[in-house]
Design a protein around this ligand. Structure first.
Ligand code: TRP
Ligand code: ZN
Length: 869
């Protein structure tokens, strides 16, 4: 680095702003390379400091005036502008140019496929104009957008449209006013030509809200599901949280170039088109469910994020953890609660635990940040949601909702902290959350180690629970956490014992608060089988020495589906671990018949939901398994996962094939029952293609499929089992869809995860496919991201070629789009998980990046942490 190394910001250094901006009037004269922005701000000094320091990046100042007088008392700095000798209260006018067409970072104002759009969270507004770009400065925005009328018939911004008209030179303008004061990160502007899907929602108080979804021309037939999901979200938030929408219009724009999933800008959400566009020919069931979740997520932000926002970015989980919790509950109330829980838990146990063990480990409320974009993480979002969920578990729905009401009473229209949220929950419930607050400040994954003993004569059963959190790179010392530990005890008939302790009845949720603790249960007539950490009541690892028989018992007898699934996963984990050891010493993969029979039982159980059965028979991912080891043997784990799949396929082929036939559906619908049947049938296919006699099913299904879910399932089976039909299916698909990048993403993702030995060459070759572009984040994540994350054998090939490829791509993205680069680099940060040779090869690539003289601070932060590990 030639320039000075980027500086970290600390949570403890928070200071209130010297000034605030109460109102801002923006005018945009849109132009590809020279958009003129005029910002008229009403500024007030708040303390003793009269110098106003505004943030600004890549903005070219034209003019500045204060109270209508030209102002030259300012200095332009690396990070913005310092304006001096100002009065207490004044009107500031800033005129500047920005260049949307050269903005490849997709932050600030940029062009996506010919349309102008913005992305301001977290710190993108400063790329639009000089401003107090911090979330605790809340202003009322009025925005006038000017552009050519034919090329850009739709000119959109936050709030309500208050004026529009014609201008000379073929231009027109629209003025928007947002009555709700908001931080700059919620600002949005869109200009383009679209097809619009319209609907109306009547709120519970009887107001009509206009709903508008803007999509690229020709895509109207893919917008329906997004609209249905939006209406469902609005209804659900009224019913479950008592929260009603607060403007007369709600707009969603789908764009192809977007760094993340979607953005909750007030009244004008901007979405990655991946989370809007779907029909049965282009989208899978997973896509449909993803759209429902993300539409819900952004809508729910209107209260948790927008009405109450964050005081500073260290508080990000205040809005994100809570909003993820809300979208998870939404999906669970509308669909299958157990399947949703299973998938959320998979994310925590896989990539979130991995993040917590990596050089990027941080608490859900980070203490130190170099680049804020690096902290939109699984920890802040998903673990953040688990922390909210634990409070929900401790308080119960009614008290939790009362806490939400108090939170809004106290903080509506303001910028709040995580502490404010916990206080509201504590104050309404009377439950002491003092120790619980550690979840906000402590990083890492706790392990609960449990042992049990049964006293035959006293009829008591004791669970001895100890907790331990290993040091993480960011934090050496760990304290005991308050862990809600949900437990049931089963007798041999599958009935639950009443939980009693010291003569009184006990709740299922035990409070684990100490490093070591004993729970003695009385009146237990026979030695029970414990079901523990039910519903994954805390984001921890559980270590208990279950016998195979106990786990098989729970797979049948546990009262709720999640516990059944979890027992199955623990049984698989035992045999994955033992087989890895045996493969490492030259043995072969084996499974005892008890295990096979347990899974056969699940497969044949008519009382279970099909969607659930599919989950129960899904093996943990390579990445989740990798998290069980300090050093992971890539080839051994891959061999074992593949071996177990083959063994189960072989042993269960008759049952799988019978189910595959019975589950055939003639028409496509996205009813949950239909989705469940498809997912189980496609799981059967995934197993069956490992048996010679059934390999033809993949091609047959591809040819007969009448929907994208079945098409992709067939291709995916052919891809992962390297079937001989693979190439012809891939070619056929590419011919059919190469005009549509979003649909091609599924194809690129299969190329990336292709287990074949020439996968890397193929991936490189795919980069010249006409649908591919490294400037599009979706394409990049599909092809390159899947190679780095979903192709352990080829990415970690001992030649180092996979790492070298990653390094080259990262160097390019460092210049064009550092945010995308910084997400892509994550697998390289975990170098310590691999053998020394691989560590050296990864280090080589990290060092190359480190020595770049224009290394973006996004990558700088991660690369330096990884090299320190
Ligand atoms: N607030 C957005 C969400 O969670 C996240 C987001 C969208 C974002 N785009 C971004 C975060 C760009 C950082 C940078 O829904
Ligand atoms: Zn969010």
């Amino acid at each position: 680095m030639t320039e000075s190394a980027p500086k970290a910001k600390y949570r403890s250094d928070y200071q209130t702003s010297s000034h605030t901006i109460t109102d801002v009037n923006l005018t945009f004269d849109l132009h590809e390379t020279q958009t003129k922005v005029t910002a008229v701000s009403q500024v007030k000094q708040l303390g003793d400091e009269s110098t106003l320091v505004l943030d600004g990046e890549n903005v070219e100042l034209i003019n500045m005036s204060v109270n209508e007088e030209a102002w030259s008392d300012f200095t332009i700095t690396e990070t913005g502008i310092e304006i001096s000798n100002l009065p207490q209260e004044f009107e500031l006018v800033v005129e500047n140019y920005i260049s949307p067409s050269t903005n490849t970072a997709l932050e600030g104002l940029y062009i996506s496929d010919g349309s102008y759009c913005t992305q301001c969270e977290a710190e993108g507004f400063r790329r639009i104009t000089y401003f107090l770009d911090r979330p605790d400065v809340l202003a009322k925005y009025t925005t006038k957008v000017i552009a050519d009328k034919t090329a850009f018939p739709y000119l959109l911004s936050n709030g309500n449209k208050i004026e529009q008209g014609e201008l000379e030179g073929g231009k027109h303008f629209v003025t928007w006013e947002d009555p709700h004061p908001k931080p700059s990160y919620l600002f949005a502007l869109v200009a383009g030509d679209f097809d619009v899907l319209r609907d109306v929602f009547k709120t519970r108080s009887g107001r009509d809200v206009a709903l508008e979804i803007f999509v690229d021309k020709g895509n109207l037939d893919r917008a329906n599901h997004a609209m249905v999901s939006l209406i469902n979200s609005m209804k659900w938030d009224e019913q479950r949280f008592g929260l009603e929408y607060d403007l007369d219009i709600y707009m969603i724009v789908a764009v192809d170039f977007f760094n993340m999933g979607a953005m909750e800008n007030k009244g004008l959400n901007v979405f990655n088109s991946k989370f809007v566009l779907a029909n049965d020919q282009t989208a899978t069931d997973t896509d449909y469910l993803g759209i429902e979740a993300v539409i819900g997520h952004e809508y729910f932000h209107n209260w948790t994020g927008n009405r109450v926002t964050c005081r500073d970015w260290f508080q990000l989980s205040l809005k994100e953890g809570l909003t993820v919790f809300r979208d998870q509950e939404f999906s669970s109330d509308l669909g299958s609660r157990s399947v949703n829980r299973i998938n959320n838990v998979r994310i925590i146990r896989g990539p979130q635990f991995a993040e917590d063990a990596s050089p990027m480990s941080h608490p859900i409320r980070p203490d130190k940040v170099i680049e804020m974009n690096n902290f939109y993480t699984l920890t802040v979002y998903e673990k953040g949601s688990e922390v909210i969920r634990m409070m929900h578990t401790l308080l119960g729905e009614d008290k939790f909702q009362a806490g939400m009401r108090l939170y809004f009473e106290r903080h509506d229209g303001t910028a709040a902290t995580c502490e404010d949220f916990v206080c509201a929950m504590e104050d309404t419930s009377g439950i002491d959350l003092k120790q619980f607050r550690l979840w906000y400040s402590q990083s890492g994954t706790p392990t609960l180690t449990v042992t049990d003993s049964y006293d035959e004569s006293a009829k008591t059963y004791t669970l001895k629970v100890s907790q331990h959190t290993q040091s993480t790179q960011d934090q050496a010392d760990k304290q005991a956490l308050h862990i809600p530990f949900d437990v049931e005890l089963y007798d041999e008939h599958g009935n639950c014992f009443e939980l009693r302790c010291n003569g009184s009845e006990l709740n299922n949720v035990l409070n684990v608060t100490q490093n070591e603790q004993e729970f003695v249960f009385e009146n237990i007539a026979s030695k029970p089988v414990p079901s523990m950490l039910r519903e994954f009541s805390a984001p921890v690892r559980l270590d208990f020495d279950y016998s195979d028989e106990q786990l098989a018992f729970l797979m049948i007898n546990a009262k709720n589906d999640f516990a059944k699934w979890d027992a199955g996963q623990m049984l698989l984990a035992k045999y994955i671990k033992s087989n890895v050891s045996s493969v490492q010493s030259g043995g072969s993969v084996e499974l005892p018949s008890l295990v096979v029979d347990a899974f056969r039982g699940v497969l044949l159980n008519k009382d279970l939901d099909e969607a659930f059965i599919a989950e129960a028979l899904s093996l943990p991912s390579f990445n989740e398994v990798a998290g069980w080891y300090n050093t992971v043997d890539v080839d051994a784990v891959c061999d074992v996962l593949k071996g177990i799949k083959s063994l189960l396929a072989d042993a269960l082929q008759d049952e799988l094939s019978a189910l595959y036939q019975t589950l055939t559906q003639s028409d496509y619908s996205i009813e949950h029952d239909a989705i469940g049947k498809r997912s189980l049938r496609n799981l059967c296919l995934q197993y069956l293609v490992n048996v010679e006699d059934y390999q033809h099913l993949a091609e047959q299904q591809y040819r007969n499929a009448n929907n994208m879910t079945d098409t992709i399932a067939a291709m995916s089976a052919a891809n992962s089992a390297s079937l001989s039909c693979r190439q012809s299916l891939m070619d056929d698909y590419s011919e059919k869809w190469s005009h549509d990048g979003l649909v091609m993403d599924k194809w690129f993702a299969l190329q990336g995860s292709n287990p074949a030995s020439n996968a890397l060459d193929n991936v490189k070759h795919c980069m010249s496919h006409k649908a591919f572009s490294l400037s599009n984040p979706n394409r990049t994540r599909s092809l390159i991201g899947s190679f780095l994350n979903m192709n352990p054998r080829r990415f970690h090939d001992i030649s180092g070629e996979g790492y070298q490829f990653a390094g080259e791509i990262l160097m390019q993205l460092n210049e064009s789009n550092p945010q995308v680069a910084s997400r892509l680099i994550d697998p390289l940060l975990k170098l310590k998980k691999y053998d020394e040779k691989r560590q050296e090869l990864i280090k080589l690539e990290l060092n190359k990046l480190r020595s770049l003289d224009n290394l973006a601070k996004d990558l700088f932060e991660k690369v330096t942490k990884a090299l320190e590990s």
